[in-house]
Design a protein. Structure first.
Length: 407
């Protein structure tokens, strides 16, 4: 089986995902995708007519984000019409899944040159919602699925993880992100987004709040109490009642708020993958290779707990243990997700999300996984380390995972 080499990775800055407030919110999502695809082509002198496929992740495939945004972004970027594209949806896990599928195509020998990535503009109407679309009555009965914020509070309650621990984790994420930005740790991958007239729309991270402390977070009111009790239908069903269908004795303690949950942002990211033979033919030196990939499902009601079993599965596939991994990236969808991940796997916290995470930097749903893989690659190189594991929760109770090894 071939190695799948990661040749390059790049991303946009993350802009605040609110119309009229975010610096990217006036742009079309295809423009963000085109920005990173054009950068990959320019940075690597890419013959786009030889791109076998473009695999793209976008969760909310509606309105401007509908119509196979992977293909349309490539055309917008000036790619040769021979470079086909497909767009997938694994909710928050889409940006890892696009890379995993690209790697699988290369490793199988079916393709030689594949681009993977993702785009999400949460400033678009309704794309910032974390609730799944309406489920049919049968599915709602067997697998009730609440809003993810309510699920996060339910997980924290079941696990006995306190508000204080979650706020401390969130403050630490902000401090790490502030340090990474100050030291220019994202500079290799960060691509400024230009307006159509050539002026700069955004060339820096827009979401972080570097002065955040645990004390300031402690003053924020929980975000999901009212939402948990808001009627969803004519029968008055609430998210709290959906959770109670599976966990009737659970009294949810509401501990998540805007400061210890992921930020609503716009962004895009892309990675260039190639077979060793193709890389040699172009004189490219791979920056990393894909060691193993995995997918895992878990309880759809709690929906945030699959990253731990996904990590264990991908480690087993690679014949590795957590001690063989130098760095971890676990998406901070909510503080409880990454906090539970570190506790369950008994990880050294200095190896996890070393440059902060989505609580500080934001979470552009379908793009985040690709962002994290690029961030991991840059950090392995910066620290002269070898192996990194990346995973994240996804709605429906899923998690994709990938292990990469720096070359």
């Amino acid at each position: 089986m071939n190695d799948a080499l990661i040749i390059d990775a790049c991303r946009t800055p993350r802009g605040i995902g609110k119309r009229g407030k975010g610096s990217l919110s006036h742009l079309h999502p295809q423009h963000l995708g085109a920005t990173v695809l054009a950068a990959l082509a320019e940075r690597n002198d890419l013959d786009t007519s030889e791109v076998d496929d473009i695999i793209w992740g976008t969760s909310a495939q509606v309105a401007e984000q509908g119509g196979d945004i992977g293909r349309m972004s490539a055309l917008d970027a000036g790619y040769d019409i021979k470079a086909s594209g497909v767009t997938l949806d694994r909710f928050c896990g889409s940006g890892i899944t696009s890379v995993n599928m690209a790697a699988g195509m290369v490793m199988s020998g079916l393709e030689d040159l594949v681009i993977a990535g993702g785009t999400e503009m949460m400033s678009l109407p309704k794309t910032g919602a974390l609730r799944l679309g309406a489920l049919n009555e049968h599915l709602e009965d067997i697998h009730p699925q609440p809003h993810q914020g309510v699920a996060a509070d339910a997980v924290a309650t079941l696990e006995g993880i306190s508000r204080e621990a979650l706020d401390a984790h969130a403050a630490d994420s902000q401090a790490k992100a502030a340090r990474a930005i100050e030291e220019g740790r994202f500079s290799r991958s960060l691509i400024p987004v230009l307006n159509p007239d050539g002026t700069v729309a955004l060339d820096r991270e827009e979401f972080p709040r570097p002065g955040t402390t645990a004390d300031s977070l402690a003053k924020l009111a929980p975000s999901f109490i009212g939402l948990a009790d808001h009627p969803l239908d004519d029968e008055g069903t609430t998210f709290r009642q959906l959770v109670a269908k599976k966990y009737p004795d659970l009294v949810i303690e509401h501990v998540h708020h805007a400061g210890n949950s992921s930020g609503v942002v716009d962004g895009a990211a892309a990675l260039l993958l190639a077979s060793p033979d193709y890389a040699r033919s172009r004189g490219w030196t791979g920056r990393a290779r894909v060691v193993a990939i995995a997918n895992m499902g878990d309880d759809p009601t709690l929906m945030l707990n699959a990253p731990v079993p996904a990590a264990r599965k991908v480690l087993a596939k690679a014949g590795m243990t957590v001690d063989d991994i130098d760095l971890f990236e676990i998406n901070e969808a909510f503080a409880v997700v990454s906090e539970k991940f570190m506790r369950d796997l008994d990880l050294d916290r200095s190896k996890v999300n070393v440059n902060g995470g989505a609580m500080a930097l934001g979470h552009p749903i379908g793009a985040t996984g690709s962002v994290l893989i690029g961030t991991m690659l840059d950090e392995l190189e910066r620290q002269d380390l070898q192996t990194g594991l990346i995973t994240m929760c996804a709605a429906g109770g899923m998690a994709p995972a990938i292990i990469i090894e720096r070359i």
